[in-house]
Design a protein. Sequence first.
Length: 411
Amino acid sequence: MIGIAILGSTGSIGESTLDVVARHPDRYRLVAIGANRNVTKLAEQISRYHPAYAALADETAAVELRRLLGTATNGSSATRTRILAGPDALTEIAALSEVDAVMAAIVGGAGLRSSLAAARAGKRLLLANKESLVMAGPLFMEAVRAGGATLLPIDSEHNAIFQCMPHNIRVGTTPSGVRRVLLTASGGPFRDWTREAIAAATPEQAVAHPNWVMGRKISVDSATLMNKGLELIEACLLFGLPPQQIEVVLHPQSIVHSAVEYLDGSVLAQLGSPDMRTPIAHALAWPDRIASGVEFLDLVRTARLDFRAPDPDKFRCLALAQAAARAGGLAPAVLNAANEVAVQAFLDRQLNFLEIATVIETVVARSGGGGVGSLEDVLAADAESRQRARERIFGSRASSYSAGAPQQVRQ
Ligand code: NDP
């Protein structure tokens, strides 16, 4: 039995992971789940799946969770699940000895600390939380190597690339014979909108992705194409490739999840229905294959697969991310922090859609750059960039606004 921990279990990836794991009770045992403050959903998951541990980052929410579960003052409870709470709770469950595989599915920089803990503890690390890799890339890959972790990508594109790479690929090293990677993008809900229409887009329109059902932050990132930019940075790190060897291709149907072109002219692509349970099942079972519950692909019904280049004038975030990938060092961390603040402000109706790119551009232009020497460097660049983004958006009201900063990380 393989022990599983799901960090971010109340989110879109977390719920898909629970679904796949529950299909294979002979193979997987759910050891731990964790989230931030969604007490109602976590309580439901505890009652349904009976994990040994459940963690909430928010301590106040954990008090409510204990009340909901009927934990008495003497510690006895209707459930045998142990409740952990506070900033260290998710890190703790990521490193439990009973846990073999960790699904890192917390959204944003808030996932950095627990993803790193799983890497250092040498787990099979199913990485959905791309932001932690973008922020601390070289340190993260070093933690994977030093901890002896097995890093498997969950992003459908990187999982597809992984499946199309030579079978002996070692994540983080450049595979031989590869000419380039074709990173596909649906183009999001505004793919065919005019710039004028996009300027007036609402949060509801931005999160209504045409092909995928996802959390709010990644849905907005998909609409700006920042998601593709973050994925480009992620692909460089995972597959040891420079940014110029990764081409972004718009593919509205989201059937071809990405492709690898080899020196001999072969192009290997991975296809499937747009459902995250496929990459989740792949990474859970690799190198085996297990059922995931997805609808099988019917190519005759699909009929068309279209491809075209993205429009850089409409989607400036992609170019900003490509520049950060080329610059390296702390540039991706700066980009990521500014993006998280700008996206949250857009979702809170404090910023219009096109201003997301403007805020990021301003913060990146003011950043001092520098290399990723230590985790403190990353956290300092992250905090400074969040503050600059808030100042750019809110002016003197900036100090009263916060958006998902990673908690202080202990080395
Ligand atoms: P959701 O918004 O649906 O879920 C986010 C999860 O993170 C929730 O469980 C939430 O808990 C938890 N969380 C948020 N903030 C904190 C915090 N400070 N501390 C601890 N937990 C926290 O996100 P998604 O599932 O869509 O995305 C998760 C990650 O996976 C992202 O990095 C995204 O880029 C990546 N990804 C997602 C895909 C998708 O299809 N959804 C596809 C590919 C990658 P709570 O509910 O309590 O707030």
